[in-house]
Design a protein around this ligand. Structure first.
Ligand code: ZN
Length: 671
């Protein structure tokens, strides 16, 4: 599970100056940033090698995600890239420039749908231009099927790009529709319906199994001769040519692993990639979560299922990182007190963990991002996702310090707070404590929130169906919000006083009620799990606090602002909702989940939306940010031995993407 960045985080107290270029180019609704890998030079040679090998493994699965996000994505990317690099006509024409922006968005989203809102991009260039351009370049560089002409390729693929009625949403969550048929993601083959897929996986479930695997996690479900079959993503199966490369680099990484535990984990992961056996994935996950001693660490595999409307199938992602020892002390204060937080949680004791096992937390320095974590990324990750493993063995929780740092530096002084906050008291509190409480919220959400609670006997992981992701994120957020205002945090030295938490309360409420709407196009509903979760919490609290006037939306000079009148009462509301959300999760009460999400987490007030968009537009801030990776270059002694690894930060966005397509383009265009 992950935490995504809040809108407008940052713009707080001035960060110390350094000469690193955090911001890079900007296009559409996106701003590219760079991140600095603090401390890489100080790593031992062995750890530098380990980072290098794991970072190669982190890049090898890029094509997998493109294909998971849509069956035409790899072909479309290749067509666009070929025109982008080889076109001899004017590069200054409106058509060419619009195509360039489109291609940059496709790179960013790993496909033709928005990475966050999930809606299909509207191309700003004409079909005629693109067809002529494709016909003007060397046809051997195009993703032609055997015997296919360029015109036939265009006829096949153009409707996917240009017809706005086709494959409209990557992930559709609209209640009452067939979520598989109406989602463009490529996790289910042609003709598979939602009812069939649900029945297929329900039939596999064994409610007496105390250690159930995550059914369907690593395969595409297709129909063959009228029967449903899984195409597993393994070295010898679907996506095998990319998975073999990942294994090649993992093999090398195992030779320089930090600890025997880590070496065992890497070897188990290789075994899983070869067999596709989900029990092996579970045993790998346990080895991985218990490896808390290694300085260097990684995630690599089919992990999060936000991209599957049914929440079963996982997209490929990877990150290579190492521990930020200083900042980790903060996270450790939480993890060593995990049992205290669980015991004092307000939820029904039946839904609590008797014993918090193996919760580890650390702050990490990201060294490379890959797959579904690139270029748009999470700032916190808590894994594994399997409920029984979390219950019996615990979980590993990380917050990614150098990425948060880059966001904050890029956001500094962007005018966001001045526009959306009119109360000088809270502005002052945010200036003083905003960054600190943001980080703490992420730590609490990941390390304790997701790690807390348990399901009742017989309730399955995916009992909440398509509402599962939103409810799980809401649970983690509410846990974090409830405890942010707890005197225990002051006692632990994590917050300086009982005012600091208000900065985060204000931000979360403002974000959920208003400012996250800048990420949504007019007329659209909320789709993404984290956005739904934050809207749900904020709207629920606003409504349930109405009678006591806990908080309200006020108008000043025609502009809407949030005003919080009673922070203590707001905490009580978060507490009440936490109790209910935990009950829903523990009992698998899908109907109550549906009610909550549909009532508070989906719909958008069109008037307020319009106003927020206009105010935000005037600030000229890109609503989404993503990262360009650093480049690692091994230095060798001429005999093939690596003597050092250099890191550089100069590669441009388009250069990086073209290089990745060239050097890590391991999959056939059609899978
Ligand atoms: Zn989360």
């Amino acid at each position: 599970m992950t935490v995504a960045l809040l809108m407008g985080s940052g713009a707080k107290a001035a960060a110390p100056e350094d000469d690193f270029e955090y911001t890079n180019e900007r296009f559409a609704d996106l701003q590219m940033l760079r991140y600095k890998v603090h401390g890489f030079e100080q790593l031992s040679l062995r750890d530098k090698q380990l980072v290098y090998y794991l970072s190669e493994a982190s890049l090898c699965g890029r094509d997998i995600l493109f294909d998971q996000n849509g069956a035409y994505n790899l072909r479309i990317r290749k067509m666009l890239e070929t025109v982008y690099t080889d076109y001899q006509g004017s590069r200054q024409s409106d058509d060419f420039k619009a195509m360039e922006v489109y291609l940059k968005r496709v790179w960013f989203s790993n496909g033709i749908h928005h990475h966050y809102g999930c809606e299909k991009f509207v191309p700003g260039f004409s079909e005629a231009f693109f067809r002529n351009a494709l016909k003007s370049v060397d046809a051997r560089k195009l993703p032609l099927a055997k015997g296919q002409t360029v015109d036939q390729l265009c006829d096949e693929v153009f409707p996917v790009i240009f017809d706005p009625t086709l494959m409209k949403m990557r992930v559709n969550q609209k209640d009452g529709e067939d979520l598989i048929k109406t989602s463009a993601s490529n996790y289910y083959g042609d003709g598979v319906t939602q009812a069939e897929a649900e029945a297929f996986y329900d039939a596999q479930k064994d409610t007496t199994d105390q250690e159930p695997v995550m059914y369907g996690l690593n395969s595409r479900l297709v129909k063959k001769g009228g029967k449903l079959v899984e195409q597993r993503w393994t070295a010898g199966g679907l996506y095998g040519s990319a998975i073999k490369k990942i294994i090649y680099w993992l093999d090398k990484a195992a030779t320089v692993a930090d600890t025997p535990q880590q070496k065992a984990a890497i070897n188990e992961l290789i075994k899983y990639y070869k067999t596709g056996d989900l029990r092996t994935f579970d045993s790998y996950s346990i080895l991985w979560l218990k490896d808390t001693e290694s300085l260097v660490d990684f995630t690599n595999g089919f992990i999060e299922s936000y991209g599957d409307p049914l929440g079963l199938k996982a997209s490929w992602e990877a990150i290579t990182n190492f521990k930020d020892l200083e900042a980790t002390k903060r996270a450790e204060k939480l993890s060593t007190n995990a049992q205290w937080f669980e015991d004092h949680s307000p939820v029904d004791p039946r839904f609590k963990k008797d014993e918090c096992k193996g919760i580890s937390a650390k702050v990490i320095v990201a060294a490379i991002l890959g797959g579904d974590l690139y270029p748009s990324t999470a700032i916190g990750i808590n894994l594994p996702n399997s409920n029984w493993i979390r219950k019996q063995h615990g979980s590993k929780s990380v917050t990614i310090g150098n990425l948060t740092d880059a966001y904050n530096k890029a956001a500094h002084g962007n005018g966001f707070n001045a526009e959306f906050i009119c109360d000088p008291v809270i502005t002052d509190i945010i200036d003083k404590y905003g960054d600190n409480c943001d980080d703490l919220h992420t730590d609490l959400h990941e390390c304790l929130g997701h790690g807390s609670g348990r399901l009742l006997e017989g309730v399955s992981d995916d009992a909440l169906k398509s509402y599962g992701s939103t409810m799980e994120e809401a649970r983690a957020d509410l846990f974090a919000l409830y405890y942010l205002a707890d005197p225990k945090l002051v006692e632990l030295g994590l917050t300086p006083n009982m005012d600091a938490y208000k900065s985060q309360y204000y931000y979360q409420m403002m974000n959920g009620l208003m400012t996250q709407l800048v990420r949504i196009e007019p007329g659209k509903n909320l789709e993404e799990a984290h956005m739904r979760d934050r809207a749900l919490i904020a709207h629920w609290a606003l409504e349930h606090g109405k009678a006591a006037n806990v908080c309200e939306l006020i108008k000043k000079d025609g502009k809407t602002y949030l005003q919080i009148n009673d922070y203590d009462a707001l905490r009580q509301l978060f507490k009440e909702l936490l109790i209910e959300v935990q009950r829903i999760k523990s009992e698998g009460d899908v109907e109550a989940a549906r009610q909550l999400v549909e009532t508070y987490g989906v719909k958008v007030d069109p008037e307020l939306h319009k106003e927020v968009l206009a105010r935000y537009q005037a600030l000229n801030i890109a609503p989404y940010k993503g990262f360009i990776n650093p480049v690692y270059t091994p230095v060798t002694d001429g005999k093939g031995n690596i003597t050092d690894v250099k890191v550089s930060y100069t590669e441009g966005y388009a250069d990086q993407m073209l290089r990745y397509s060239r050097d890590y383009g391991f999959l056939p265009f059609k899978n």
